[in-house]
Design a protein around this ligand. Structure first.
Ligand SMILES: Cc1cc2nc3c(=O)[nH]c(=O)nc-3n(C[C@H](O)[C@H](O)[C@H](O)COP(=O)(O)OP(=O)(O)OC[C@H]3O[C@@H](n4cnc5c(N)ncnc54)[C@H](O)[C@@H]3O)c2cc1C
Length: 434
């Protein structure tokens, strides 16, 4: 055996145990964890996608795991048996970074099959509903995230702009909702020289207005009509809202704030919108209502007390308070963490489920740390039964409990405007499979 061969063998003998073996063990551990998460999610019914999700071509996938690493939601995907797999489909909100990261183009973003979610309206490829000339954009159509809402709002109005303009005094397009989707739609309408109307039941900003104070908003760069590229990849809620205001002022986009749309009917080739202040006729309607319009109530005695609220705007106003937060989603967990950060509050988080299944991985870890530090107490399998001025009554797995309490924050989701859409005649996915 030559000296060179001996040296090569010696290097291999060092490299294999010190580099290759740890890599293989780490890889195996990741696969085992992904398989366990997949099985847990399958049992709890959370594995399958509900709305948008990545579809993986198992033939072309090379199992590199790049898609798993870039997902901001943490555990939507995993690698099992050398292929990327949808592990927690219900957590996907449509970032689509996995599709961008895949080096072999094996991932396509898809909507869930009809019937998976009865909350989803039936939309064609242009986002037109089953009612002609009525479109749905943004989160109401099932696709979350600010960037997606902006893209859908502007593209839909650009399509409407290719259709004949009105000549009878009616609007070309009426846009309902001034969140990211509705604002982008209005900007596109102004850019295209359409006669448009933007109606908002509250203030401009949509769901972003309801984020906790100083919440960091993550969004990918996106182009806004009349404005150009917005590149705020990580900005505070306040920065984003200030940018919206700046855009409105500079572009002169008009908004009818505090005007709620209560009904919509078709008359010939015109849509007639009834609002809290009047009636309007338009050739097209773009519904950008979001999904959180009306907070869901617990319907328990005492819920109408002034200390009960459905959004947390300013954590710093709460000092040395006993606070109960109700809910099992990111909003509830983020509110609990924000209030706990003040360091002087006693925070209890009540959730009727056995574990938080839909929250972001980062929130899960931060909550675990807060629980270990005893700055947040979590009561799983608990339900509020009564709220009184100084106490809250809960039914828990261990029996009834009464907590001293100054404030209650309820994050039990929102009621989608189902009745409103159904009254218009918009079909939902459940009716497709019937
Ligand atoms: C706590 C939290 C954190 C989030 N963090 C992020 C993040 O970091 N990055 C990200 O990209 N996304 C985030 N999202 C999601 C994002 O906020 C939404 O996907 C986005 O706001 C959807 O935009 P939209 O325009 O479709 O709807 P919305 O923003 O919900 O706007 C809908 C608007 O319609 C109005 N409206 C409803 N009904 C009527 C009516 N009948 N008449 C008139 N007006 C009406 C509402 O008042 C509201 O202003 C987060 C969501 C939450 C709840």
């Amino acid at each position: 055996m030559t000296d060179d061969t001996l040296i090569t063998l010696a290097v291999a003998a060092i490299l294999i145990p010190s580099v290759v073996l740890p890599y293989l063990l780490h890889h195996r551990k990741k696969e085992r964890e992904a398989r366990e998460r997949f099985e847990r999610a399958s049992i709890s019914g959370l594995q399958a996608a509900v709305t948008v999700h990545p579809q993986i071509n198992a033939i072309t996938c090379i199992g590199c795991g790049g898609c798993v690493r870039v997902c901001p939601e943490g555990d939507v995907l995993g690698v099992i048996d050398g292929k990327a797999v949808l592990v927690h489909g219900s957590k996907c909100v449509g970032h689509a970074l996995c599709a961008e990261a895949c080096p072999v183009g094996a991932i396509t973003m898809m909507m869930a099959a009809p019937g998976r979610n009865a909350d989803l309206p039936v939309l064609d490829e242009h986002l037109e509903t089953s009612v002609k000339n009525v479109f749905i954009v943004g989160e109401l159509g099932g696709l979350g995230l600010i960037r997606n809402a902006i893209l859908q709002g502007s593209r839909t109005v650009e399509l409407i702009a290719t259709r004949p303009r009105t000549k009878d005094g009616a609007y070309d397009v009426a846009i309902v909702g001034a969140g990211p989707a509705g604002l982008a739609a209005a900007l596109a309408a102004q850019a295209q020289g359409l006669r448009y109307l933007l109606l908002e039941q509250g203030d401009v900003g949509g769901t972003i207005l309801q984020y906790p104070r100083r919440k960091i908003v993550m969004t990918s760069p996106v182009v806004l009509p009349l404005w150009g590229k917005i590149k705020l990849t990580e900005a505070s809620k306040e920065t984003l809202l200030a940018l919206w205001q700046q855009i409105l002022t500079k572009t002169g986009v008009r908004v009818n704030a505090n005007e709620k749309v209560t009904a919509l009917r078709t008359e010939g080739d015109r849509q007639v919108l009834t609002t809290s202040l009047g009636e309007y006729r338009s050739a097209h309607v773009v519904l950008a209502l979001g999904r959180r319009g009306t907070p869901r109530k617990l319907r328990v005695p005492g819920e109408d007390l002034p200390k009960v609220t459905y959004r947390l705007m300013d954590t710093e106003s709460y000092q040395r308070c006993k606070v109960l937060i109700v809910g099992g989603g990111d909003s509830a967990v983020e509110a609990a963490l924000g209030l706990a950060l003040q360091g002087t509050n006693q925070i209890t988080l009540s959730y009727r489920g056995e574990e938080f299944q839909r929250i972001k991985e980062r929130n899960r870890q931060r909550l675990q740390d807060a629980v270990k530090r005893k700055s947040v107490t979590v009561l799983f399998r608990s339900q509020v039964t009564r709220i009184e001025p100084e106490t809250v009554h809960l039914e828990t797995a261990e029996g009834a409990r009464v907590l001293q309490n100054d404030y209650v924050f309820i994050f039990a989701g929102g009621e989608m405007p189902f009745e409103f859409l159904r009254n218009i005649g918009i079909r939902f996915q459940e009716t497709v499979i019937a």
